[in-house]
Design a protein around this ligand. Sequence first.
Ligand code: KIV
Length: 291
Amino acid sequence: MAKKKSILDLYQMKENGEQAVWIVLYDACYASYAEEAGMDMILCGDSVGMIVYGMNGTVPVTMDVSIAHCQGVRRGAPNTYLIGDMPFGAYHASVEDAVRNAVRFYKEADVDAIKLEGGVAVADKIEAITKAGMVVFGHIGLTPQSSASMGGFKAQGRTTDSAKAIIEDAIAVYKAGARVLLLEGVPEEVCAFVHKILPIPVYGIGAGADCDGQVLLAADALGMFKKFTPKFTKKYADIAEVATAGLTNFVQDVKDRSFPAAEHKYKISGDPEEFQKLFDKMEAEFKASEE
Ligand code: KIV
């Protein structure tokens, strides 16, 4: 089994020009598959709200939900670098809230880093969490927690004004002490520029290839989520198709009584006649109690 990575390994990979791969997932079962596949990092993302709970966005996700899912992921992938995702509201009101909630991820879910969305506007929170000794991953560009103010889940940085704001955010996140930057939903030119100027690892999701590694949601990459597939996703499996076919077969097997078959049943141990006597006696007693 490969050794669990540290933040220093991520920097070494950048130095070596080796791409890092992370996946977003929310439970022990898929986390164990990711660890077996040799994933460098797992993000237990607040997209859990949409993928697991059927919400329309990530805003309603709470700290307790995020922590519970992170704990499951950690149990399933004890040797993989794990990032906890600070949900909306966990770091917006104050620096104190931000530090307290980041600490919860470390103490209760054994994470290696926390991620939060935003640039210039949250730089004070990034600085405080970093000063408290934790590793912060910044996340800018298309930030789902602010999709309402962006007018939906829309790519950012496509105009010079918007690109300038993203570059300013990237610099603010770096200067505040974030050790890693994630860019989501931006043109590859903008990502390439940020990657060129910043000394920290810069990863992308829907941000092109010119950076230090790639992130995808397992739900998209494995074809689990049927409602919507982002343009930037590549589908590596079709779990929805396999799962629907399997469940259809289960329904059919039970309806036509071909399941359970002999191999799925437990056997009595002992004399069948003794069992029959027991059943007869208990049936008689039951009937008498009903009269
Ligand atoms: O929660 C999530 O899925 C994320 C990814 C979009 C990076 O934050």
